[in-house]
Design a protein around this ligand. Structure first.
Ligand SMILES: NC(=O)c1ccc[n+]([C@@H]2O[C@H](COP(=O)([O-])OP(=O)(O)OC[C@H]3O[C@@H](n4cnc5c(N)ncnc54)[C@H](OP(=O)(O)O)[C@@H]3O)[C@@H](O)[C@H]2O)c1
Length: 345
């Protein structure tokens, strides 16, 4: 498979308390599974609003795991609730977000309340509760954003990087993990195409035949996040090196020979996604399996990776889905599709 596996062998969560905001979502559930499978945490706190999803998650876990998990109903808009949930917590992974692009456009301030004010609340609560490490999830849509979802995640990224200055003396350290589309995530193109095929479609719609996207599997998004934990000094935006895919190749992998209908680009959609702009190149470091965008300003103790011998990316470097040198072939896509459950993850 062309999506490489990120090494999590140096990550040690034994004896630690971990809180996952958005812990009932796709990423949160996969992270919980990985932590309970590979580590022996003191406890894992799942923080999210929907009672029913808490209930479903609780029922899906084996008994020996349920004992380690706390199901905390809460909203990231509610700072007091966050502070209460974070008491005694060592590591926070912030995955809660409002992430549907059209819904954010229709309900702009709801998106800002969750993604921006929620981010600030997570920062403040983590500092108050004495959390040691916070990792917030970002997206390629936060780079040169053209929709409110992306803009709100860009604001969130800035809040988490700057939080290290606020927290300097307390020792709480904040970093960001940014990746591209998750193959097969709920509501994404793969379950959508599969549904159309099941209904007997004779052609599949593509908004633009030239469109490219970065792709990662949910499992590797989780592994990548875990693999960043031992190297966080505060203020980094970690970007995994992952392959790109052309949308027509996905159609071919799903249903060989299927006709494609070009339906035109949708509002808020880009032809190609960017993870690192050329303006970041001078402070982006290449660490073999990942890029690290280092903070341009920092008022807390950290050693720039360049001082540790890593090289910055060349002038003009841009990490975008169309300029990637790693591409998923139709055969590779077919192999990956076979691992993705019907209906998405
Ligand atoms: N999926 C992708 O393709 C992708 C790609 C790149 C980055 N990301 C990022 O990865 C993160 C996780 O995404 P995902 O795919 O796991 O999303 P998801 O499946 O939609 O899960 C979102 C989670 O956040 C919770 N949540 C939403 N609003 C909340 C609030 N106000 N307070 C507390 N919890 C709240 C949801 O539960 P309730 O609604 O019950 O509260 C749910 O547990 C997000 O930050 C997203 O931006 C996703």
């Amino acid at each position: 498979m062309a999506i490489k596996s990120f090494d999590t062998s140096k990550t040690d969560l034994n004896g630690k308390s971990i809180l996952i905001t958005g812990g009932t979502g796709s990423f949160g559930k996969m992270l919980l599974k990985a932590i309970l499978r590979d580590h022996n945490p003191r406890r894992v706190i799942i923080f999210a609003r929907g009672e029913y999803n808490h209930f479903l998650l609780q029922n899906s876990l084996p008994e020996e795991h349920v004992k380690k998990v706390r199901f905390f109903i809460g909203d990231v808009r509610d700072m007091d609730r966050l502070v209460m949930a974070m008491r005694g917590v060592d590591v926070v992974v912030h995955a809660a977000a409002q992430k549907q692009v059209p819904l954010a456009e229709y309900n702009p301030f709801e998106c800002i309340r969750t993604n921006v004010i929620g981010a600030e609340n997570v920062v403040q609560a983590s500092i108050r509760a004495g959390v040691k490490q916070v990792i917030a999830l970002s997206t390629d849509k936060a780079v040169n954003p053209i929709n409110l979802y992306g803009a709100s995640k860009l604001a969130s990224d800035k809040i988490f990087v700057a939080a290290n200055s606020l927290a300097a003396a307390t020792g709480t350290r904040f970093a960001v993990v940014r990746y591209g589309n998750v193959l097969g995530s709920r509501g994404s193109v793969i379950p959508f195409f599969r549904d159309l095929l099941k209904k007997g479609a004779t052609e599949l719609p593509i908004t633009d035949l030239r469109m490219t996207r970065f792709w990662i599997t949910l499992e590797e998004a989780v592994n990548f996040t875990l693999s960043c934990m031992p190297i966080i000094q505060g203020g980094e935006i970690f970007v995994p090196k992952i392959p790109s895919m052309r949308l027509p190749d996905l159609v071919e992998a799903l249903s060989p020979g299927m006709a494609i209908k070009n339906v035109g680009i949708r509002p808020g959609e880009k032809l190609h996604e960017i993870m690192i702009t050329e303006h970041n190149a001078s402070h982006t470091v290449d660490m073999d399996d990942r890029y690290v965008i280092e903070p341009e300003w920092h008022f807390w103790d950290r050693t720039n990776l360049v001082e540790k011998g890593y090289k910055t990316t060349p002038e003009g470097f841009e990490y975008s889905s169309d300029k990637n040198d790693d591409w998923l072939t139709v055969d590779e896509l077919r192999d990956i599709l076979a691992t993705i459950p019907e209906g998405g993850e």
